[in-house]
Design a protein around this ligand. Sequence first.
Ligand SMILES: Nc1ncnc2c1ncn2[C@@H]1O[C@H](COP(=O)(O)OP(=O)(O)O)[C@@H](O)[C@H]1O
Ligand SMILES: CC(=O)OP(=O)(O)O
Ligand SMILES: [Mg+2]
Length: 421
Amino acid sequence: MSSFLILSINAGSSSLKTTLYLEEGQDGDKQLSKLASAQISDINNPPAHLKYVRGSYKDTSELGQVADHKAAFNHVLNAFLTDSEIPQASHREDIHYACHRVVHGGSFEDDQLITKETFDKIEKLSDLAPLHNASAVSLMIACQEQLPQVTNVACFDSGFHHTMPDYVKTYAIDQKIAKEKGLRKYGFHGLSYKYISRRVAEYLNKPLEETSIIALHLGSGASACAIKNGQSIDTTMGLTPVSGLPGGSRTGDIDPSLVFHYTSDASALSPNSTKDLHISAAEEILNKQSGWKALTGTTDFSKIADPNAPDTHKLAFNIFVDRIVGYVGNYFVKLDGKVDALVFSGGIGEKSAYLREVVTNKVSCLGFTLDQEKNSKAAETGDIVDIGTSQKLRTLMCETDEDIEMAYTAAYHPERIGQGE
Ligand SMILES: Nc1ncnc2c1ncn2[C@@H]1O[C@H](COP(=O)(O)OP(=O)(O)O)[C@@H](O)[C@H]1O
Ligand SMILES: CC(=O)OP(=O)(O)O
Ligand SMILES: [Mg+2]
């Protein structure tokens, strides 16, 4: 029986989440089990924290200054390699695959082996998604240095959406310029949507190819996706993750001219730019200085999704509900009303019973239903929970898992990993 380790690496703008999996068995009878996960928050904003989880064991420690993602990676690697309760991971050589979440994959549809060629392409895409791709690129370099024997794989958040029709992907702009510069809708959160669609199909006991859902990934970055017969046909994020729904510090959809009225320096370089990473003042405003942070002063949505919150918070909550229900209606029509389920996921979608209640009540005209008691207990139950009362048109809460989705292809379908062409 063969066994080896897969490390999933998910770089956020100020955090690093990693999970170590053990893959065992032969073709046709393989099993993937989670050994441990390690997460570092507050990178470059001391004190940083390390949260380590192995089964029911949980430990949080303060790390002081962790300057960048590379330094954070040294800490998590050390945490795994020195944990005597997971002897399978005692040496660096024990880790076979490192799977990197890359938000912007440009035209890449499938996961790709990271070669010199793919690395260069991903690095170039940092211009389109500077706030996301740059930390992923720095972690690929860290892996090459720290784990020279490992097979590095890039798993793209945009890949799942390649099935969107051309009229959805295309913006109404000069197509010569659009093609030259790659200016189109890509869509993101695809690893999450891939996981959710498979889990929902399993739960409904239907083939994935016959499962159609409206999925909501509501985290600090939020989006919605229309999934027809297992494939994305539209999603709310676009060229970059800023469009669609508002988020913790992102505007979501606005009139594109707004930014030129907001500042006369829209195209000037933001002071947070570095030698290798150019961020404009406009990008900084739209991505970092807006959303819940700008409206309420907090990015903690549990404080906003509170029926007794102050008016500023209520306004933010109402904006979110308004935009979400607008997309649910839009996608219900695009799916010709042939929908198996409305699915709530992401930190907010999984934890806020109140947001699920208000959204579901507003879309009840489409036939979606809510069972108050099941909804209030959904987070305790976990995994996937039917929070509606209809067997035909379901309302579901589904805990998403981007990390296992990254390990999934390496474990079960390594033949699907592209070689960079
Ligand atoms: N109990 C809760 N009620 C409402 N929102 C919550 C709750 N717990 C966490 N959140 C929100 O979930 C979001 C984080 O979701 P998550 O999917 O983990 O985000 P990301 O991966 O984008 O960082 C934050 O906006 C956080 O405030
Ligand atoms: C794509 C994206 O916006 O990711 P996140 O929500 O993790 O920032
Ligand atoms: Mg996320």
